[in-house]
Design a protein around this ligand. Structure first.
Ligand SMILES: Cc1cc2nc3c(=O)[nH]c(=O)nc-3n(C[C@H](O)[C@H](O)[C@H](O)COP(=O)(O)O)c2cc1C
Length: 366
């Protein structure tokens, strides 16, 4: 295979030219272990090493103090955090890379330990019966506080402010983390949302928050620099289960996103085997591609061969790679030269410091 492999072809998303279609998927790495939860030189080195990706999407970054649910994750709500992120965007841009920040609110997937003893916020007071990783280790999640309309309005503003901060920090755009069982996904799903107001009951109401957030963010960032992420067949994880309205809800969302000129829609194939799960959709790209008029990014368990194939079959325009980017900082070069792919060490996914973060060698260092 040579330069012509689909993964290595250039693409425009909005007015941004991506040098290839190999996207670094957002991955929490818990290295912001400082009082302000700000990114540091260490983050700049990590992302700088990976700037040959067509686009980097950063680790999930909390949009406010309320939005956090994991230890040592960076935020994008304070001046100090913006200054820290500037180190990162400079490092990536110096290498002609492009970088979006992932804007995150975990909703109920948190713990009072993160909120001075107060309850985490969520659409409804329904405990996900999961675990939260706190500074004292894993703890059982609790029944969250059902958000008031004021809480919702405040959260929308938090996303808007975070997007403004992202611009100040030099990001090329933002990805809204509306996936994987966190706040937006909790609104979308009936098992986590029993509201009876304009944010609950009907599909349209359960999807409303995402569109209100996009509408708010596009006041500060052009639509074509905003992406959003969905995981329609996410099941039996973080207290989220699929029901008969799940796929219709995501179909509604994907179709409504066509009214916007977003940078991309980022979809995941199922994280778990859903072949026997009633009402699930096992083939996400195949199912949703015909519904999506914009640029589609696909994820989960792709490698070079599968990535080239999904593009060749025109089921997606971009492919995001997670774990492969942890252990192969120069993944596009390895694909281009058909070189060996290094495996990752799960033990250092979330541990502080350099080990397992910036010490995976580039091909040129081997
Ligand atoms: C260590 C780790 C952290 C992750 N953190 C995030 C995150 O912050 N935001 C997100 O949307 N997905 C997150 N994910 C999911 C990845 O973006 C991706 O969906 C997953 O790794 C599957 O892709 P892969 O098979 O290419 O690794 C994380 C995955 C891993 C392995």
């Amino acid at each position: 295979m040579s330069k012509v492999q689909p993964l290595l072809q250039e693409i425009m998303i909005g007015d941004l030219t991506l040098k290839n279609r190999i996207i670094m998927a957002p991955m929490t790495r818990s290295r912001a272990n400082n009082r302000e939860n700000r990114p540091t030189e260490l983050h700049a080195r990590y992302y700088g090493q990976r700037s040959s990706a067509g686009l980097i999407i950063t680790c999930g970054s909390q949009v406010s103090k309320n939005a956090v649910g994991y230890i040592n994750t960076p935020g994008i709500y304070s001046e100090a955090q913006v200054e820290g992120w500037k180190l990162v965007t400079n490092a990536v841009h110096e290498n002609q890379g492009k970088i979006f920040i992932q804007l995150w609110h975990v909703g109920r997937m948190s713990h009072p330990d993160f909120h001075d003893g107060e309850l985490p916020l969520a659409p409804s007071a329904i405990n996900p019966k999961s675990k939260s990783f706190t500074y004292e280790g894993f703890k059982d999640t609790v029944t969250p506080k059902a958000m008031t309309i004021d809480d919702i309005k405040k959260t929308i503003l938090d996303f808007k402010d975070a997007a403004s901060n992202a611009l100040k920090a030099g990001f090329d755009g933002v990805e809204i983390h509306s996936s994987n069982g966190y706040l937006f996904h909790q609104f979308f799903t009936k098992c986590s949302n029993n509201r009876t107001d304009e944010y609950g009951a009907s599909i349209e109401n359960r999807a409303r928050l995402l569109f209100e957030v996009i509408d708010a963010i596009k006041e500060v960032i052009p639509e074509n620099h905003i992406g959003t992420r969905l995981n329609p067949s996410f099941h039996d994880l973080f207290g989220i289960t699929i029901d008969k309205e799940t796929i219709p809800t995501f179909e509604y969302i994907v179709k409504k996103l066509n009214n916007y000129n977003l940078a991309y829609l980022h979809l995941s194939e199922p994280f778990t085997d859903v072949t026997n799960v009633p009402f699930s959709e096992p083939n996400i790209a195949r199912h949703f591609r015909p519904l999506c008029k914009g640029t589609l990014m696909i994820n989960n368990e792709f490698n070079q061969e599968k990535g080239n194939r999904v593009l060749q079959e025109d089921l997606a325009d971009l492919v995001s790679f997670g774990k492969l980017f942890i252990s192969n900082p120069d993944l596009p070069t390895r694909f281009e030269l058909n070189r060996d792919i290094a495996s990752w060490d799960q033990k250092t996914f979330y541990t502080p410091g350099e080990k397992g973060y910036i010490d995976y060698p580039l091909l040129t260092e081997i």
